[in-house]
Design a protein around this ligand. Structure first.
Ligand SMILES: *Cc1c(COP(=O)(O)O)cnc(C)c1O
Length: 437
């Protein structure tokens, strides 16, 4: 067959790649099969990406974003036009009346806690209809441990409706709603759980149904890891307030810290009072020159998230082909960027996390060990060789050290990095005799 020089080099991809990473013939074969298999998924992901890019672009154009907005402020931060336009752009993108996007929110947990503080008062109860909330929130609410200042201490109650076969148990909701229930809490992502993420359609259906049971309920969504997975966001499905972390999806890998809250204006005003002080609200809070990275990060976020999702789809199919149970499977719908893999032993799990660390651009020489991370109820091992500390929109893996040995993989600023990270990990696991390919 006639071949051009270009075709020959294309065929020799693994040969050229072999100059930079070790990848044996069995792995090459696996990689090449999987990349072909997942092509249709990539097309679907590109569609979501394009729509979300258009959404972000429209918000920035309509708000008239300009170079002057990137200047930033110091001190109290009064009159910071860049901060205010950032809030308005986030509000448009997430379908809210208003937003609070702040460097002063130290994490996703802080943003979510600020929402809860905003609306809950002594005597109120929060009802989680998606089972156990994310681990760090258990301490915030007072479900686990006795952290000083937890909601329990303020007489705020908590009740929980467990998922039924991974779905919201709508039939059982009415039994959980009494007069004290003020806020319904929904978590979009799986967090550290082996379950499907909640789709926007699931959220919409649940909110519509529960609204029919009691008036004046406030619906709050933990949107961490879910941003830009679909064309719509929780507020467009009936939620009143939603929050997340800027070192996950919506920061696009560029935001260096921070959190966001979006929602109805009255709740954003309350959240601002809860974050700063009653009476100060949204008007305070210096941006210290970080506005450009927040907005450039948001602009890139639809693309970066699509890269991470492609990586997750690839990892899902690779590990499934190697005989591991995975959640979600590569063709399943996804409403978060997390890929869960069930390992057979602690050794496999640790080797997996160490392989991901080894494949990181930063701290690749570091060996992750299980540790008692603040806010978590058991030991956790984390592979995070990121440019931004703890950023999980960058390729990262974490796992609670307990049976069954689930490993959670997420992020990847480029899908190529996820591909390389997985290949490096597999090669290591194979060398250690922990998997056969
Ligand atoms: C990451 C995460 C959080 C907490 O965010 P941090 O920034 O780690 O505090 C809360 N909920 C879910 C679902 C998450 O994925």
């Amino acid at each position: 067959m006639y071949q051009t020089e270009g075709m020959k080099t294309q065929l020799d991809l693994y040969g050229r790649l072999g100059k930079y990473i070790e990848i044996d013939r069995d792995l090459q074969a696996l990689d090449s099969i999987v990349v072909k298999e997942i092509g249709d998924e990539f097309e679907r992901i590109d569609g979501v990406r394009l729509v979300n890019q258009a959404k972000v672009l429209k918000a920035m154009r309509e708000e008239g974003l300009a170079e002057s907005h990137f200047v930033g402020s110091t001190g109290y931060g009064y009159g910071d036009a860049g901060r205010d336009i950032t809030d308005r752009i986030f509000a448009r993108v997430f379908g809210g009346e208003d937003a609070l996007v702040r460097v002063q929110m130290v994490s996703g947990t802080h943003a979510l806690t600020t929402c809860l503080r905003a609306v809950l008062r002594p005597g109120d109860t929060v009802l989680s209809v998606t089972g156990r909330p994310y681990e760090t929130l258990e301490e915030v609410i007072g479900i686990r441990g006795n952290a000083p200042g937890c909601f329990k201490e303020f007489g705020i109650g908590y009740s929980q409706l467990d998922l039924k076969e991974g779905r919201i148990d709508l039939e059982a909701v009415s039994g959980k709603i009494d007069n004290s229930v003020k806020l319904i809490f929904l978590q979009r992502s799986t967090g550290y759980d082996w379950r499907p993420s909640l789709s926007i359609a699931d959220i919409e259906k649940a909110i519509a149904y529960i609204k029919g049971l009691k008036k004046d309920l406030i619906f709050m969504v933990d949107n961490c890891y879910g941003e830009f997975l679909e064309d719509r966001e929780p507020l467009e499905a009936g939620a009143d307030i939603a929050a997340g972390s800027l070192i996950k999806n919506p920061g696009g890998g560029l935001a260096l810290t921070g959190g966001y809250i979006v929602g109805k204006k009255e709740f954003i005003d309350l959240a601002a009072a809860a974050l700063t002080a009653p009476g100060l609200g949204k008007e305070c809070g210096a941006t210290l020159g970080i506005t450009r990275s927040f907005l450039q990060g948001l602009f890139l976020a639809p693309h970066i998230v699509a890269e991470a999702v492609k990586g997750a789809v690839y990892a899902s199919r690779v590990f499934e082909r190697l005989g591991f149970e995975v959640s979600p499977r590569y063709r399943d719908g996804r409403s978060d960027i997390i890929q869960s893999i069930k390992f057979n032993s602690k050794e496999q799990l640790l080797s997996f996390c160490r392989g991901i660390q080894k494949g990181a651009p930063v701290d690749s020489h570091v060996t992750p060990y299980p540790w008692d991370m603040p806010g978590y109820g058991h030991q956790v091992v984390m592979a995070a060789g990121a440019f931004v500390q703890g950023s999980s929109i960058e390729l990262s893996a974490d796992a609670p050290i307990r049976e069954p040995y689930y490993g959670y993989l997420q992020g990847g600023l480029t899908w190529d990095h996820m591909r390389l990270g997985v290949l490096i990990t597999l090669q290591q696991m194979k060398t250690e005799g922990l998997i056969s390919i």
